[in-house]
Design a protein around this ligand. Structure first.
Ligand SMILES: [Zn+2]
Ligand SMILES: [Zn+2]
Length: 283
């Protein structure tokens, strides 16, 4: 099996440990053919995020150049050993795409791929935006309840996919609201919403990430669930593997086991990105 890990962070985002090079070295040890460097894109130009401790969520605008040049130098240094691909994991905030794009356009030509993510929700009820996958916001999660959180999450994902101004190549950790093992009681409306999202992904010709971080969390399951991956396969949606490593020891987390599951489902190819063009490799 040829395996590639597209989702890694580093100490630059302030909630992960290790340098970018530490992650690349681990990937070389594991004989991966590609390692993707995909740290969190800055939040510091966004508005209405007063409750979000964003200084610990991402690199800052002032650090973008440092991040990119570091990653580019490492890409060249390790060229004979492994493909280093450079991207960002970018959060979607409704109506804030112009502010995002004015920053992103300066460097977008240097990126191999963009992960589109949702970690922050805003119910517009005066309580402000909050991070549903951050354990410090568990009270908010519990007060809204899983049914509302899941629905708001997928509605936001739908807005991200229908926005004409938000650029992405890969949809990350698809069913992240399950992280702490919370599940909706009324499954049907959520399942219908998921089908809508998959249809949008297919129409936009995007890839979806199989993210193994969920296996390290309370839910003990990759994102998305096997049930959703089966549907993705039916829809012919391309996939990539991502460990979402926040520690070099998490690079390629459970990839062999996950790769076997994907093959058993029928997938025999993985998507690959270079300068934001998608090709595929054999799994
Ligand atoms: Zn992170
Ligand atoms: Zn994420």
């Amino acid at each position: 099996m040829k395996l590639e890990d597209w989702h890694t962070h580093s100490e630059l985002c302030r909630h992960a440990v290790g340098t970018i090079e530490d992650y690349i070295k681990k990937a070389v040890d594991f004989n991966l053919t590609t390692i993707g460097v995909s740290d969190h894109f800055p939040y510091d130009f966004l508005s209405n995020i007063e409750r979000i401790p964003y200084k610990e969520y991402a690199i800052t605008l002032g650090e973008i150049e440092h991040y990119l040049s570091l990653a580019e130098n490492l890409r060249d240094k390790y060229e004979s050993k492994i493909n280093v691909r450079i991207g960002f994991e970018i959060d979607f905030f409704e109506n804030q795409e112009p502010a995002l794009n004015s920053q992103l356009e300066k460097i977008i030509d240097r990126l191999d791929y963009i992960y589109g993510s949702i970690h922050i929700l805003n119910f517009n009820d005066g309580k402000g935006a909050w991070g549903f996958d951050d354990s410090r916001f568990r009270e908010d999660y519990q007060s809204y309840g899983p049914d509302r959180v899941y629905m708001e999450y997928y509605k936001t994902q739908e807005k991200m996919l229908t926005s004409n101004h938000f650029q992405l190549d890969i949809l990350s950790h698809f069913d992240l609201p399950k992280k702490f093992n919370d599940f909706p009681q009324n499954k049907e409306p959520i399942e219908n919403e998921i089908l809508k999202i998959l249809d949008l992904v297919r129409k936009k010709d995007l890839a979806i990430e199989i993210n193994t971080a969920g296996l390290r969390k309370e839910v003990k399951e990759q994102y998305p669930s096997k049930e959703i991956i089966l549907r993705m396969y039916e829809y012919d949606i391309p996939i990539v593997l991502g460990s979402d490593a926040h520690n070099p020891d998490e690079v390629a987390w459970e990839f062999k086991k996950t790769g076997r599951m994907l093959k058993q489902i029928g997938y025999n190819q993985l998507a690959h990105f270079h300068q934001r063009k998608r090709t595929s490799i054999e799994l």
